[in-house]
Design a protein around this ligand. Sequence first.
Ligand code: FAD
Length: 386
Amino acid sequence: MSVKKKQFDYIICGGGAAGLLLLQALREDSFFAEKQILLIEKETKNSDDRTWCFWEAAEGKFDVLLTKKWQQAIFAGSQSKIAFNLHPFQYKMLRSGAFYHHYFPENSPEQNFHFLQAEIKTLETKATFTEVYTDQGVFSANHVFSSLFDPELLKNQFKYPVLQQHFIGWFIQAPEGSFNPEEIIFMDFDIPQKNETRFLYVLPLSDQKALVEYTLFSKELLTKEEYENGIRAYLLKINITDYTIEEKEQGTIPMSCYPFQSANRSSLLHIGTAGGWTKASTGFTFKKTQREIRRLISFLKTGQPLNAFQIKNRFWFYDLLFLDVLEKYNHKGSELFSRMFDKNPPVRIFRFLDEKTTFGEELLVLSSFSIKQIGWFLAAFFKRIF
Ligand SMILES: Cc1cc2nc3c(=O)[nH]c(=O)nc-3n(C[C@H](O)[C@H](O)[C@H](O)COP(=O)(O)OP(=O)(O)OC[C@H]3O[C@@H](n4cnc5c(N)ncnc54)[C@H](O)[C@@H]3O)c2cc1C
């Protein structure tokens, strides 16, 4: 598809989760009805290239697209196992194929909306606008939103720890009764930690089918064999020996408090993972992206330059301390998470991760750690302050 126009009010670079959610929010709000909008994406987005999970209270706008949702969960440490009800939340699974199919606007009837399938080569910011250089020409706008993530930014700095949430997952088909379809295993740390933070994540779609992911929060990626041997060993441990692998999924999500917003300009805003919209302490991005887009839509109506859009708050600082500790004591991650789930009602943890808790509740979360662990956080705090 070619686009004749060269200048737009808004250009969205990348039609993944953040780009498509932003586009949809612009289309749904009459304030933007007269704005000329261009989405540029290099790929044909139609596959299940990722599975997004998130928790949400009550009904949500993606409910019609969900593969499954759950109300029950298990957290397992090496010493204890906690089964809990997620109420008022439900844990929801959305596969990207359904999402792209619904939100990808290739044949949009709106006159003000344009789509270009092209590879973006570079972005150049001028005084009042940003130019987007693609393999199909140059386009400009005074509001450019980019979800193109540059991992080099994280490699070229040492001030902020950079961990990864990295995993391989298998969708497996096993004999009847292999899984409880009503209950997810949110984190199972009862596996060899190998001096890192390693856990299994199991999302059962039926009593025969589940997504089983071997996941780490750590610095270095593993070989494919190491993740897959981890899944095999786990399935053996839970007595599932007869299964077929139907699909595989692999991912690496950056966990860092690096100030991604420093690359923003008055006419350029980074969004999604590229904008630091990943929750640094967990890697969850999908829900936070929805929240940031709601804020961004209100912000755009103020007419302020894009680099005035702030993403830092006190939760950013908590995440920073948590990553400082998790980087230094990566082999103790299992103990940290176990303590948090042992000592807090799960709803408090999920609200804390949603950045919705009060300062008093945050002190309760902190006080759930052992004296030794609190000492690690205090040391990280003083190191950051002084
Ligand atoms: C396998 C996997 C599973 C995940 N699961 C979860 C989960 O369960 N929950 C959760 O909260 N988060 C999850 N995440 C993290 C996060 O939600 C996703 O990575 C999410 O897709 C990030 O959205 P984004 O828009 O920032 O990036 P993307 O969705 O990756 O979108 C970026 C887009 O830019 C396009 N692009 C890149 N370069 C160019 C270029 N040069 N020219 C044109 N287009 C370009 C890409 O093709 C892509 O479509 C997962 C990530 C992965 C990889």
